[in-house]
Design a protein around this ligand. Sequence first.
Ligand code: FMN
Length: 444
Amino acid sequence: MAEYKLLLEHTDVPEYRTLHGYLARGGYAALNRAKGMERQAIIDEIKTSGLRGRGGAGFPTWIKWNGIEKEKTRPHYLICNADEGEPGTFKDKQLMESTPFLVIEGMTIAALATQADAGYIYIRGEFVDAAKSLRAAIDEAYAHGYLGQNILGTGLNFDLYLHMGAGSYECGEESALMSSLMGERGMPRLKFPHAPLPTVAGVWDQPTIINNVETYAAAVPILAKGGEWYVTLGANTKNSRGTKIFSVSAHVNKPGNYEIEFGTPLMELLDLAGGMKGGALKACVPGGSSVPMLNAEDCQNAILAYEELWETGSMVGSGGCMFLNEHTCIVSYTWRTAQFYAMESCGKCTPCREGTKWMLQILERILRGNGQPGDMDLLMEITKQIDGRSFCGLGDAAAWPVAGAIKKFPEEFEYFIKNGRSMVDTPEARAMAPRWAQRAFSAV
Ligand SMILES: Cc1cc2nc3c(=O)[nH]c(=O)nc-3n(C[C@H](O)[C@H](O)[C@H](O)COP(=O)(O)O)c2cc1C
């Protein structure tokens, strides 16, 4: 298997960012097909395709679309989650920068299927270039009847707004995102079954769909070529269909976004990214920094698909795939990851607010050479107290990488605690470690 460029096909073509360039390469064929279909038929096409949300959870897209379509209350809202805060993931950024019309067309198809009145693209504040590209595309789409009143004679009135976030990881969590969009603090809200689903009462208490950038973009080829065709991609997997973009980074020769068919072996993704740089493969974090890491042995058999990767001990997540070489000190890597989640915890619930800081303190004392004999057990215990007990998924996201690293590389933690220094005794490992921990890396 090689790269399968469905969404990334035209990313190198600058004109693709303009309506003219987009139309010249088959753009809006999908909406033109969809406009001749019944609303339910569009949703059925998405159902047939097997499309699952690309934001991390892999939830079937058609269920959300079907749910909101049935709601009689108006208006209906669509949200595109373009917050992309998970470390290691940068696919949505590229899609928005280089293929803005793909995102807009996908959202318009969703609007047609669900009779949405308005859409919001909630975009990470740092994504200045992506916002610029989207803004220009939205203006052009309005000017040529692809947004606004009676789009392409369909009778659909759909307005699309770009909303810049302020760069908070928590604001990618859907209920916190909606709070932020409404001008409130970006904190999560109670979820179903304790509160209505967003499709019943989402933003401004109106029926709302929230999908990831890549999910909306994938609706375009599905409607253009049909769900029956899309489902043939990834057919050798248990329940992962179509293509998925993986952002490959860390110690590889050619970091970047690679779109592959589900079912592709992880090691082929590494080949696509030019192989390992600076040393042999030691570990891989395949789905963004929150997912558990795999060791080199796991990587040999890992398959990029939802269920298959889960069985190997990790997750597809948001597709931020980091390959780490033999010079990586896993303890120092884990500290850095834990630092991110501790800083980004919104503070609403105790397990996450306190637990993330506590894990960070323990990891820091290990890195400073002051680890205590019970620290590994204590860390594992804290991860168990956070995982599944926090108010939203940020707690889980903070617990999994710590638990995963200890499970896969216990000897490195043991060595560090016992000897007060890293087992990875190379200048490269030292260079990767924080300045205040240099003493623990003896290769000076
Ligand atoms: C802490 C946290 C951060 C998240 N960040 C993002 C994000 O940046 N982008 C995204 O699409 N989904 C993110 N999600 C998942 C969203 O809550 C939601 O599941 C997703 O937007 C649904 O879209 P999808 O079904 O198309 O994947 C995050 C979840 C959590 C718990």
